[in-house]
Write a protein that binds this ligand. Structure first.
Ligand code: PFF
Length: 478
């Protein structure tokens, strides 16, 4: 690998960066709620089976393809044949779309972190809004844009530093910090009276969801599969990109195992912090931005004066989780341009490239920041209004009323499953699982479970991805 691109300095650093990419907003606001409302332990079992058969397999495929070709998704697919290049480009489009809404949400997290810091200093951090801060913030466009910019600049500065001195250095400090802060909050929350109901909500085995006409087995499967995919940063070339900076002596199979295990462990830990906190203060379990912002703020203000400190720690933790994910997405886009420049025989300028793409992401983020997360009466028309389509209720993207959901649908709902499906089909049927085996064996370690991976690449992953796609489409069309 040439040094124009850079390389991870250590296995630990790489793992922290990759786990950092996986652990993000998805773990904290998605997993606990989905688990609790989809049968608790029953959901967890399905999630674990999916992680073993799809998550680890796609992870290994992406890491191996990245390291084999030494390129991001576009370059990686192109190096097999020109006709595959578009699969890589789907990943780049995904990167832009996901980062566009991630940066707005990251900005909101930053704002809560700053608000609790002010509270700690005895200043009213909630701009006189108290518990209505979330409602105020959604329509405070100047603030939203400012904090989105602040979050993006943080992301940019780290990516500009490069693989080893930027992303790795930051993640190697930030991820252990995240772990210990989370542990501290879990212990603190466990000591609050009434916390028990929160654990029960998450972990109580409730296999009756399988016969629930509203959810059923396939409902649980769909929700677990979608969650796992986004949570592991798969299907858009993120792990191809991170893999492309790995040395040939790295044990890929071991890494492909550790990342999903750590991601799932942190998701469970996040649930053990958030759900009992809600139950202890008699608040409803919600999901999405409502949980992360409105509900959790109420939790911390109910905790009395120490609540400001716990609140600060909580949003600092989410800030770390969000930044380590957003740098991985910006890196996918940046690496694309770096590879392209090198292919032309020119010297890539990482700093210039990452600044340019950050500006592009920022422009794409504006509609998300201006429509109050689809709450209505916002500064920008909803997608369906802009496209002049009749509103048919929250449904398929084309008549969707929220920019964040539209971006998310195209990326997470369509492009990511297609990306992962095509990759597994190519590996399993066209290039054969042998190319993954050969790449893994370069480290000197024997490839374990060939038959298992072969079956998963050929059948399990494509079928699971097709299932997700069909389920999404059915959802959108009602
Ligand atoms: N895995 C991140 C989360 O759970 O929030 C989101 C994400 C990061 C998706 C990086 C895709 C990606 F490439």
């Amino acid at each position: 690998m040439d040094n124009k691109r850079g390389q991870w300095g250590s296995t630990f650093g790489f793992l922290m960066a990759a786990v950092g990419s996986a652990v993000g907003l998805g773990n904290i606001w998605g997993f606990p709620y989905k688990m609790g409302s989809n049968g608790g332990f029953a959901f967890l079992l399905i999630y674990l089976v999916l992680a073993a058969t799809v998550g680890i397999v796609v992870m290994l495929g992406e890491l191996a393809l990245g390291r084999k070709t030494g390129k991001g998704p576009v370059g990686a697919y192109q190096s097999f044949a020109k006709k595959y290049t578009w699969i890589g480009y789907m990943g780049i489009v995904c990167g832009f779309l996901i980062l566009a809404f991630y940066s707005v949400l990251g900005g909101m997290v930053t704002r809560y972190m700053v608000a609790f810091t002010l509270q700690l200093m005895g200043v009213d951090g909630f701009a006189g809004q108290g518990g209505d801060f979330f409602g105020f913030l959604l329509y405070d466009y100047g603030g939203l844009i400012f904090f989105c910019m602040l979050f993006m600049v943080t992301t940019l500065v780290i990516v500009m530093g490069g693989i080893e001195k930027g992303i790795e250095k930051f993640s190697a400090i930030a991820m252990p910090a995240l772990f210990f802060i989370l542990l501290f909050i879990i212990i603190y929350v466990a000591c609050q009276p009434g916390a028990g109901a929160g654990y029960a909500f998450m972990f109580k085995p409730d296999f009756s969801v399988f016969s629930d006409p509203e959810i059923g087995f396939f409902g649980v499967l769909k929700s677990a599969a979608g969650q796992m995919f986004f949570s592991l940063s798969l299907g858009m070339g993120c792990m191809i990109t991170y893999g492309s900076y790995l040395s040939k002596s790295e044990n890929l199979q071991r890494n492909a195992f550790i990342i999903p295990v750590a991601d799932t462990a942190i998701a469970l830990m996040a649930g053990m912090a958030v759900m009992p906190a809600c139950s202890a203060f008699g608040l409803e379990y919600t999901r999405g931005p409502g949980l992360l912002f409105a509900t959790m703020q109420t939790v911390f203000t109910s905790m009395g004066s120490f609540g400001n400190f716990i609140g600060f720690l909580f949003y600092f933790l989410i800030f770390i989780a969000a930044v380590t994910s957003s740098i991985s997405i910006l890196e996918v886009i940046t690496t694309y341009q770096i590879d392209k420049t090198i292919a032309k025989g020119k010297e890539p300028n990482r700093k210039k490239i990452s600044v340019l793409y950050t500006v592009a992401v920022f422009v794409l983020a504006l509609p998300v920041a201006l429509d109050a997360l689809g709450s209505g009466g916002a500064a920008i028309q909803a997608p369906y209004e802009m496209l002049g389509i009749e509103y048919k209720g929250p449904g398929f993207a084309m008549w969707n009323d929220c920019w964040l959901d539209l971006y998310d649908l195209v990326a997470e709902g369509i492009l990511m499953p297609i990306g992962a499906m095509i990759m597994s089909i190519l590996v399993g049927w066209v290039w054969k699982t042998d190319i993954i085996k050969k790449e893994c064996e370069l480290s000197g370690a024997a490839f374990k479970g060939y038959k298992y991976f072969d079956i998963c690449f050929k059948y399990v992953v494509p079928v699971a991805m097709a299932f997700i796609l069909v389920a999404q489409m059915m959802d959108f069309f009602g």
